[in-house]
Design a protein around this ligand. Structure first.
Ligand code: AMP
Ligand code: ZN
Ligand code: FE
Ligand code: FE
Length: 284
């Protein structure tokens, strides 16, 4: 297990309410087994797992920090904005997540139709791998491809059949990152860019507009972050005194990521807690 040794919080975990493979209580139990004391459930574009995760956390003597990973896009770049402590009933944010989730559904069906032209795959295969009302994504299609014996695992599916530059890909609707940040902030939440130095980094002028819209910080600790982008953001965080988090982005058996492989310090958890006004930490 890799660890930065600084904290006891993992603020980026997925359940089967999106593309994790376990229900929220099992995700929290996995975090507990890895010695974590504060957890956030950050399913893509949904808060449906909060109640179960909060109850599981409290029953294990852990603190629950409400969260979500909001889908956004800048030009062709997929951008993920983590939101913490926002009001889950905020109408603006709800409208945005409803629209994204609708689009994800339509788009997943179109991708499956496209794949079905060449391979033995139907929407029923995907539905069988998607929990009721879950935010559907390519990982669910990947799991159906595994069931059909067309690929070995999610990684192979993403590298091939599901690749964005492949013949079957369809994009989802996603707001621009400034809109995503503003929507979380308007709901009383704390917006943090997820895995900000993974793949194609955002141009600095876009980051400046996100900061002006209320961006609070960056997830500097994440296995997919890479140089040189990481050093640039580390310097920005220091210079502007922004919040920095570290997390695993655990997806159950859907990814190799292990709870606690990167962590967030108690100081940063306290800063998030002090800034978020739309919902509250749930402590034992
Ligand atoms: P989508 O949002 O439907 O476009 O799918 C992107 C999601 O798939 C992200 O949330 C990632 O967590 C997940 N993902 C991306 N690449 C991989 C991979 N190689 N293996 C497993 N999951 C992946
Ligand atoms: Zn995911
Ligand atoms: Fe992400
Ligand atoms: Fe994630």
């Amino acid at each position: 297990m890799r660890s930065d040794g600084r904290g006891h919080a993992d603020l980026h975990l997925h359940s089967d309410h999106s593309d994790g493979t376990e229900p929220p209580a099992a995700v929290v139990a996995a975090a507990h087994r890895h010695g974590l004391r504060t957890v956030s459930l950050t399913d893509h574009d949904t808060t449906a797992g909060w109640v179960e995760a909060a109850e599981a956390a409290v029953s294990l003597g852990m603190t629950f920090l409400p969260g979500m990973e909001l889908s956004a896009r800048h030009e062709w770049r997929s951008v993920h904005v983590l939101g913490y402590l926002f009001d889950p009933d905020d109408t603006g944010l709800r409208a945005l997540t409803d629209r994204i989730r609708d689009s994800r559904h339509t788009r997943a069906r179109r991708i499956v139709d496209n794949i079905g032209r060449d391979h033995d795959l139907t929407w029923d295969d995907v539905a069988a791998r998607t929990a009721a009302d879950a935010t559907v994504g390519r990982p669910h299609i990947a799991d159906a491809l595994v069931d059909r014996g067309l690929v070995r695992d999610r990684g192979e599916a993403f590298a091939g059949i599901l690749h964005p530059r492949g013949p079957y890909y369809v994009a989802l609707y996603a707001p621009d990152p400034v809109t995503a940040v503003a929507a979380i902030a308007a709901a009383g939440g704390v917006p943090i860019v997820a895995h900000p130095a993974a793949r194609a980094p955002l141009p600095m002028p876009v980051i400046e507009r996100m900061l002006a819209a209320g961006l609070a910080g960056f997830e500097l600790g994440h296995r997919e972050n890479a140089e040189p982008g990481l050093s640039v953001l580390r310097a920005l965080v220091r210079e502007r005194d922004l919040i920095e988090t570290g997390s695993s982005d655990y997806h159950g058996t859907g990814k190799p990521n292990v709870p606690g492989e990167f962590t967030t310090s108690d100081e940063m958890v306290a800063r998030i807690a002090a800034r978020g006004t739309g919902s509250a930490l749930v402590a034992p």
